[in-house]
Design a protein around this ligand. Structure first.
Ligand code: 13P
Length: 249
């Protein structure tokens, strides 16, 4: 079922005290009740974020996970570890994971399977780079990322998937996709889903936009027919800005 969602991806920011402070500040903001709100702190803060948000409607998301259940994978975290501390959603496929940690489409398909097999929900991220948009291959790139990462799934498995289109050229650059560019790509995403599955599934999946979303541009982006919310980086580190984005719906 399609929902309005705003999630904050904190990336590798904030120490323990800062994380706790930001969550307290968020809890004191009035957040629109019709929007699903969540934050994705670094792994080390997840446990305290879960307990801090237990008396609120704010969800807690992990930024990544390993595809194996357990084993000799120094430095990694598994889906069952996340579940054991009360985290039931994970971001997968973020462009920073793809670019800096060499996560391929094939690896991401494995991670997707591992997360779903363990009952996690996931926010699957994808998006083209600047050169790909300039060479007008952005629709093909996105189709490919969806096909390789997710199109082996059954329709029923899509119940647990949210998509996040994040054009790489708009992440952390201050340059946002225009509302028309976001809408055009989100409509493309639904048409690819409809062709692979059916119109019902395509209309039911929540598709978020990410890339320099700010209080000043959120309302116009979120008013686009196929944009169901946002995945917010920099602006999610400020409670007032994040709340303003949530309330932009
Ligand atoms: P910014 O909002 O900082 O551009 O980051 C977007 C993002 O990567 C969210 O996952």
């Amino acid at each position: 079922m399609r929902k309005k969602i705003v999630a904050g991806n904190w990336k590798m920011n904030l120490d323990a005290a800062e994380s706790q402070k930001l969550i307290e500040e968020l809890k004191s903001q009035s957040l629109a009740a019709n929007v699903t709100v969540a934050v994705a702190p670094p792994f080390v803060h997840l446990s305290s974020a879960v307990s801090q948000t237990s008396d609120s409607s704010i969800g807690v998301i992990a930024q990544n996970m390993h595809q194996a259940k357990s084993g000799a994978f120094t430095g990694e975290v598994s889906s069952s570890m996340l579940k054991s501390i009360g985290v039931h959603t994970v971001l997968l496929g973020h462009s920073e994971r793809r670019a800096y940690f060499h996560e391929t489409d094939a690896l991401l398909a494995e991670k997707v399977d591992a997360a779903l097999a363990d009952g996690l929900q996931l926010i699957f991220c994808f998006g083209e780079e600047l050169a790909e948009r300039k060479s007008n291959t952005h629709f093909d790139v996105v189709t490919h990322q969806l096909t390789e990462g997710l199109f082996h799934l059954t329709a029923a498995q899509w119940e647990n998937i949210v998509l996040a289109y994040e054009p790489v050229w708009a992440i952390g650059t201050g340059e946002t996709a225009s509302p028309a560019q976001a809408q055009e790509m989100h409509a493309h995403i639904r048409s690819v889903l409809a062709a692979k599955y059916d119109a019902h599934l395509a209309q039911g999946v929540s598709v978020l936009y990410g890339g320099s979303v700010k209080p000043a541009n959120a309302q116009e982006l979120f008013s686009q027919a196929d944009v169901d919310g946002g995945l917010i980086g920099g602006a999610s580190l400020n409670a007032a800005d994040f709340a303003a984005i949530v309330n932009a719906f």
